[in-house]
Design a protein around this ligand. Structure first.
Ligand code: FO1
Length: 329
């Protein structure tokens, strides 16, 4: 039996989350898990300084999504946006490849002011989500700077220049998370992972290579995941063998990886106990439990349904089965 037999249903859940795809499941989880028992640890490797502003795209995508004000078409930025700032900026020769809506801009300006005044990204994010009426805790993976850089056939470049400015056209050679090793896991995330009443850890269906790996690369994160008695389950971001959104199949091809669930299972092999997939894959290693579910999330109901299934899957692993020896290695 793993850990205490006391039901963990009241325990905390930690969700590791990147951008748009992950935020959808985080929204579903926020509807199922009460208040602050949900801790969403968000990737900050995509953060960058732009137009003199500190931009934290994934933190904002998760915050807007949980507040119900995210742009439903793009998944990033805000709904009901206006673009006067970008229009004027373009006219005076400013950089417009990274679209900042007028309402969205207020968050970047206020975050930048507070960071310069010495507030931490965690404090700022906690204030923003409280003001937006969000009860789940949204925490950066670290308050120390970590930056995703990619090596491509067009040379090295920061993440947003590759992902947004160049639309992922350059051929990806390798991905680096600058300063991840020396960055400290955000203290409340580390505490939640070390807490004995932790119900489970969920790796949301974000891009494993661009959005989840930076989180796993932070300081002691992998160690904390290996040490927890709670089950760690991931939702595969691949649907019907294709990627749901974003450049995942191109990135996998460029890394000579087969776009199938078994590749995702092997990628997370050292930290997960279970993988939720949308169709069976007989190449998944035996020590990783699997469950097959429809993982497409269009409506809010889809997101809530998937959240319930992931939690039930994790509870099954923690209640019924010994944690795989392999993970304790
Ligand atoms: N993604 C784009 O593809 N184009 C944009 O112009 C863009 C602007 C943007 C502004 C604020 C923000 O929080 C996110 C924004 N994103 C944009 C998304 C972002 O670059 C990516 O979603 C993440 O970095 C990867 O998950």
């Amino acid at each position: 039996m793993t850990g205490s037999s006391r039901s963990r249903h009241g325990g905390n859940v930690v969700a590791l989350c990147g951008g748009i795809g992950g935020a959808k499941l985080a929204l579903g989880l926020s509807k199922v898990i009460a208040d602050e028992r949900l801790v969403v640890a968000v990737n900050t490797g995509d953060d960058f300084e732009h137009l003199g502003l500190h931009i934290s795209p994934d933190v904002d995508t998760v915050t807007y999504t949980l507040a119900g004000i995210a742009n439903p078409e793009t998944g990033w930025g805000r709904a009901d946006e206006t673009w006067n700032f970008m229009e004027s900026l373009g006219r005076i020769g400013g950089e417009t490849w990274f679209q900042l809506g007028d309402r969205d801009l207020a968050l970047h300006v206020e975050r930048t002011r507070r960071l310069r005044a010495g507030d931490s990204l965690s404090e700022i994010t906690a204030d923003m989500r409280a003001r937006l009426g969000i009860s789940a805790r949204i925490l950066p993976m670290s308050d120390d700077p970590v930056r995703t850089h990619v090596e491509t056939d067009a040379g090295p470049m920061p993440f947003q220049n590759y992902f947004v400015e160049r639309k992922c056209e350059p051929e990806l050679r390798s991905i680096r998370f600058v300063s991840a090793q020396s960055a400290r896991v955000q203290p409340d995330v580390a505490r939640a992972l070390g807490n004995s009443d932790l119900r489970c850890v969920i790796i949301c269906p974000s891009n494993p290579y661009l959005s989840v790996d930076p989180i796993l690369a932070v300081g002691a994160m992998r160690e904390l995941l290996r040490q927890t008695r709670a089950p760690v389950v991931a939702v595969s971001p691949l649907v019907d063998g294709q990627t749901v959104k974003g450049p995942m199949s191109k990135i996998m091809r460029e890394q000579d990886l087969e776009a199938r669930h078994a590749t995702i299972a092997r990628h997370y092999d050292d930290v997960i106990d279970g993988l939720m997939i949308d169709s069976s894959d007989d190449q998944i290693p035996n020590h990783i439990s699997t469950t097959v579910e429809d993982t497409m999330m269009h409506s809010l109901d889809d997101k809530v349904r998937l959240a319930r299934h992931v939690l039930a899957f994790a509870d099954e692993i923690s209640a019924g089965r010994e944690l795989p020896q392999a993970r304790r290695a």
